[in-house]
Ligand binder design. Structure first.
Ligand code: CP3
Length: 318
C-alpha cells in the first residue's frame, strides 16, 4: 500500500522543492522517495514510488497534482475519438524512467527488503481517465460500461495491454512481486464486477505468466470472492471492513491474504494502534499465507509514532 507521502517530513521537504510529477518522473528522486519509509521504519517490503496515472500519461493523457490537493488529468476521455487516440504501444518506451528508478532501488535494498512494483487495474484507470480528476463522484465510466459496451471494451483492451506491458517492464527491472490496485472495484454492482473489472485483471495476470507473485487490492468488493480468485492473483489484499480470518476461511488455501488494519488508526495513539494490530494478528494466528498490512494506504495525517507502533507490534508478536 502507499507508504510514502505527506506523513513523512523528509517527503514533504522534497515536495517543497519538486512537483509530484517531477518526483515520479526523475529516477533518482523516485528512488529516494521509495527508500525514505524503508530507512525510517525498516518495513519488510518497499513499494516503488510512482503513480497509477503514469499509464494514461504514457498513452497520451497527462496529469498533474493540483495545488489544492488531488490529481487532475489535462483533459477528460469523453468520445470514441478520444479513446481512438490513446495509444498503448509507446508505454514501455515512455515509462523507462520507472525501469531506471527500479534499477537504482534494487541494489540499495541489498537483498534485505522485498521490492514491489504496481499498476492500477484497467477499470480503476478508466475511472480516472473518463472522470478527469480524483475529486468527483465516479459515475461516468459506469455510464460508458452500460451504454456503450463496444467502446468500453475498446478502452479496456488498450488499458489491459498497457498495464501488462508496464508490469512486464517492472518485472524485468527486478521487482519481487507486483500489486494491482483495483481501488474503484467497489463502485460496481455485484453482477457488473466480472465484466467491468475482473475479466481485465485476469487477462493481465494470465499474460504475466506467473513470473512473480501478484497481489490484488480490490477495494470494497466483498462477496465477489469467486471473481477475485478467478483473476489468478496469488494474494488478495483486503480492506478493513471485513474480519480477515473470515475472509481467509472463504478463500482457497493457495490464495494468501494481505491486510487489513484501518489506516485511520494511524492518526490515533500508539496504544490504540498496538491493540488493534494485535487483534488482527491474533485472529490470524496459526493460519498460513497472511501478510500484515493496512487496509489501504498510509493517510497524510498518520503519526510517525503510530506507524512505529504498528511495526514494533508486528515484529514482536509471538
Ligand atoms: O510508496 C508509495 O507511496 C507508493 C506509490 C503510490 C502512490 N500512488 C504515490 C502517491 C501508489 C502505489 C499509488 C497508487 C495510486 N495512485 C492509486 C491506487 C491506490 C489507492 O490509493 O487507491 C490511485 C487511485 C492513485 C491516483 C492518485 N495519486 C490520487 C487520487 C492521488 C491524490 C490523493 C491524495 O493523496 O492527495 C495521488 C497522489 C499520490 N500518489 C500521493 C502519493 C505519495 C500524494 C502526493 C502528495 O501529496 O505529494
Amino acid at each position: 500500500m502507499r507508504q510514502a507521502g505527506r506523513a513523512l517530513p523528509e517527503y514533504r521537504a522534497l515536495r517543497g522543492k519538486h512537483t509530484f510529477v517531477d518526483l515520479v518522473r526523475t529516477p533518482e528522486l523516485a528512488a529516494e522517495v521509495t527508500l525514505q519509509p524503508i530507512r525510517r521504519f525498516d518495513f519488510d517490503a518497499a513499494i516503488l514510488f510512482s503513480d497509477i496515472l503514469v499509464i494514461p500519461e504514457a498513452m497520451g493523457q497527462p496529469y498533474h497534482f493540483r495545488d489544492s490537493g488531488g490529481i487532475e488529468m489535462e483533459f477528460t476521455v469523453n468520445t470514441a475519438g478520444d479513446i481512438g487516440k490513446l495509444d498503448y504501444r509507446p508505454v514501455t518506451e515512455k515509462l523507462q524512467y520507472v525501469a531506471e528508478a527500479l534499477r537504482l532501488i534494487k541494489p540499495a535494498l541489498d537483498g534485505h527488503t522485498a521490492l514491489l512494483g504496481f499498476a492500477g487495474s484497467p477499470w480503476t484507470l478508466a475511472n480516472y481517465m473518463i472522470e478527469g480528476s480524483s475529486a468527483h463522484a465516479f459515475t461516468r465510466a459506469k455510464l460508458l460500461f452500460y451504454t456503450e459496451p463496444l467502446l468500453f471494451c475498446e478502452l479496456m483492451e488498450k488499458l489491459t495491454l498497457a498495464v501488462t506491458e508496464f508490469l512486464k517492464l517492472q518485472i524485468a527491472s527486478g521487482v519481487d512481486a507486483v500489486q494491482i490496485f483495483d481501488s474503484s472495484g467497489g463502485l460496481l454492482a455485484d453482477n457488473a464486477f466480472e465484466a467491468a473489472s475482473g475479466r481485465w485483471i485476469r487477462q493481465v495476470i494470465t499474460a504475466l505468466g506467473h513470473q512473480v507473485p501478484v497481489i490484488l487490492f480490490s477495494k470494497g468488493t466483498h462477496g465477489r470472492w469467486p471473481s477475485l480468485v478467478a483473476t489468478g492473483a496469488n494474494i488478495l489484499s483486503i480492506d478493513w471492513t471485513q474480519p480477515l480470518a473470515e475472509v481467509r476461511a472463504l478463500l482457497p488455501d493457495q490464495v494468501g491474504v494481505q491486510g487489513n488494519l484501518d489506516p485511520a488508526l494511524l492518526g490515533t495513539t500508539p496504544e490504540i494502534v498496538a491493540t488493534e494490530t494485535t487483534r488482527i494478528l491474533k485472529s490470524m494466528k496459526g493460519q498460513s499465507g497472511h501478510i500484515f498490512n493496512l487496509g489501504h494506504g498510509v493517510p497524510p495525517n498518520a503519526k510517525l509514532e503510530c506507524i512505529q507502533a504498528l511495526v514494533t507490534t508486528v515484529r514482536h508478536f509471538l
